[in-house]
Ligand binder design. Structure first.
Ligand SMILES: CC(C)(COP(=O)(O)OP(=O)(O)OC[C@H]1O[C@@H](n2cnc3c(N)ncnc32)[C@H](O)[C@@H]1OP(=O)(O)O)[C@@H](O)C(=O)NCCC(=O)NCCS
Length: 194
C-alpha cells in the first residue's frame, strides 16, 4: 500500500488514558517552532543520545519543510497547539536492512504514563506493516526501564544487550539494548486478522 494513502487517515483524534483529547498527525511545514520547544522540554539526560544539535532552529525548519516520509516519518501527538509526543519510523530505502524499520519515540515529561508513546508507536507499527516492512527495531539505553516496558508491551523482544557499549555526551558508558519485532506483511496481515 502506498504511504500517501496510509497517511490519509490523519489528523486522527485520540483520547488518552486520563481522558485528555489529542490529535495525531505527521509533522507539517509550520511545526518547526513547536517541535523545537518540545525537544527542549525533554531533560538533557534523555536527550544525550540524540545526535542532532537541538538548539539549532534550522534543523527543525529542515525537518518540517523538506520532509521525506519514505525515509523518516515523524508522527506527532498534539494537545491543543502543543507537541506532547513524537515517534518516527526510519526506513533505509535500500541495502540489506531495507526490510527493517527503526522506531524512535519521545514523550513530553508532563504527559508521561498516559499512553502517548503506545498510541504513536502502535500507529507506526501499523504503517510499517502496510508498507511491507518485515521487521522493526528500536535502540534503547539499557537503563531506560520504562522504554523497555513500553516496547515489550508492543511485542518487541530484546535481540541483544551490550554491556557499557554506548557513551553519552558526558562520556559515561551505558548498556546498549537492541529490540526487535517481526511484522506480518500486508497480505498475511489481511488474511489472518493480525
Ligand atoms: C519511554 C517513553 C517514550 C514512554 O512514554 P509514555 O508516553 O510515558 O509511555 P506510555 O504512557 O505509552 O506507557 C508507559 C508505560 O510505562 C508506565 N510509565 C510511564 N511513565 C512512568 C513512570 N514515570 N514511572 C513508572 N511507570 C511509568 C506507564 O504506566 C505505562 O505502563 P502500563 O501500560 O503498564 O501502565 C518516555 O518515558 C520517554 O520519552 N523517555 C525518554 C526517551 C526514550 O527513552 N525513548 C525510547 C528510546 S527511542
Amino acid at each position: 500500500m502506498l504511504l500517501i494513502d496510509l497517511l490519509d487517515k490523519y489528523p486522527m483524534e485520540v483520547t488518552l488514558r486520563d481522558g485528555t483529547r489529542c490529535t495525531v498527525r505527521p509533522v507539517s511545514r509550520r511545526d518547526d517552532v513547536k517541535l523545537q520547544k518540545f525537544f527542549l522540554a525533554v531533560p538533557e539526560e534523555e536527550r544525550l543520545f540524540i545526535k542532532q544539535p537541538i538548539t539549532d532552529q534550522t534543523l527543525f525548519r529542515q525537518w518540517c519543510r523538506q520532509p521525506d516520509f519514505e525515509r523518516n516519518l515523524p508522527l506527532l501527538m498534539l494537545h491543543k497547539n502543543k507537541v506532547i509526543g513524537e515517534a518516527t519510523l526510519h526506513q533505509r530505502g535500500g541495502g540489506w536492512k531495507r526490510h527493517v524499520g527503526l522506531i524512535t519515540v519521545l514523550t513530553h515529561p508532563e504527559f508521561r504514563g498516559r499512553d502517548v508513546s503506545k498510541v504513536l508507536v502502535s500507529e507506526l507499527i501499523n504503517i510499517a506493516r502496510h508498507c511491507g516492512l518485515r521487521k522493526l527495531e528500536a535502540e534503547v539505553n539499557g537503563e531506560r526501564k520504562i522504554a523497555l516496558h513500553v516496547f515489550a508491551q508492543l511485542g518487541f523482544n530484546v535481540l541483544m544487550r551490550l554491556h557499557d557499549y554506548v557513551l553519552d555526551m558526558k562520556a559515561v558508558p551505558h548498556d546498549y539494548v537492541l529490540l526487535g519485532k517481526n511484522l506480518k506483511v500486508e497480505e498475511e496481515f489481511a488474511g489472518i486478522g493480525g
